[in-house]
Design a binder for this molecule. Structure first.
Ligand code: MG
Length: 263
């Protein structure tokens, strides 16, 4: 099994990066692994930590319509250049945390995606250089209020930016199998609602990171969501969404209702 890099919180509220061992203990590192964090003497038993999202980025850069079949199902075509948008880091939640269904929306969709974590400062990189700036991989759910997205021609900040709309995790791995499978499941249905090979992406990870770096500097710990394949669909309160990527694991979150704002 690939080494699993985690970020954890102790009962005292201390946050650490670490390596998840087979026996579920966490070997604590003295810094994020992409900043050359080294193992310390500290090892946390399973009852001494809670898994957080595996990184804490300065920004989340996401890509729209990066699989042909998904662009088609959205009634459009793959854009001539990568389509970028930003999700606020405040939208990030961990594996197992709830997705909060906001009262402003009546159509919230899951979007299973491969996420890239940047390990090194990246400005104006070629794809070859960018490939070496990608430190690791995890799973993301680019949760989207589809009705709000369609209602506005403008930026997607509201539709994509609600608290909890970026489940992430459960951990990072450094390498993926070639053509790894991405699947999304709803509740106990054994049939995947989304299934693709990640090599079906139109713009692959190195090209995306190169493209983004010609606009904005990516810094260590930043996150790139690489787009969702076909099969997006709605969730309702009570649904469990599980996204699996071969070589990483699975990310599962349950949808609950977000309280209406006070009148
Ligand atoms: Mg998406």
């Amino acid at each position: 099994m690939a080494t699993r890099y985690v970020r954890v919180c102790t009962p005292e509220g201390k946050i650490h990066y670490g390596i998840l061992q087979i026996n579920r203990t966490v070997k604590v590192l003295d810094a994020p692994p992409w900043l050359q964090g080294q193992p310390t003497e500290l090892e946390l038993e399973p009852d001494r930590y809670r898994l957080l999202a595996p990184c804490s980025p300065s920004k989340v850069v996401a890509i729209g319509k990066n699989y042909v079949a998904h662009a088609t199902e959205m009634g459009s075509v793959v854009p001539p250049e990568p389509l970028l948008f930003l999700k606020p880091p405040s939208a990030i939640v961990a594996n197992g945390d709830p997705i909060l269904y906001p009262p402003q929306s009546h159509r919230v969709d899951y979007e299973g995606e491969l996420a890239l974590v940047i390990g090194d400062r990246c400005t104006d990189c070629t794809p070859e250089e960018a490939a070496h700036k990608i430190w690791g991989y995890t799973i993301a759910n680019d949760v989207t209020a589809r009705d709000l997205q369609k209602a506005s021609l403008g930026p997607w900040a509201r539709a994509k930016g609600f608290d909890s709309f970026c489940p992430l995790g459960p951990w990072l791995v450094r390498e993926l199998p070639t053509g790894a499978t991405l699947q999304t499941f709803l509740n106990d249905n054994p049939t995947a609602v989304q299934q693709t090979s990640i090599d079906q992406m139109v713009y692959p990870p190195d090209v995306l990171v190169s493209y983004i770096s010609q606009i904005m500097t990516l810094i260590p710990g930043d996150l790139v969501l690489t787009g969702t394949p076909e099969g997006v669909g709605p969730v309702t309160v009570g649904d469990r969404v599980r996204i699996e990527i071969e070589g990483i694991g699975s990310l599962e979150n349950t949808v609950i209702s977000r309280k209406s704002p006070k009148a």
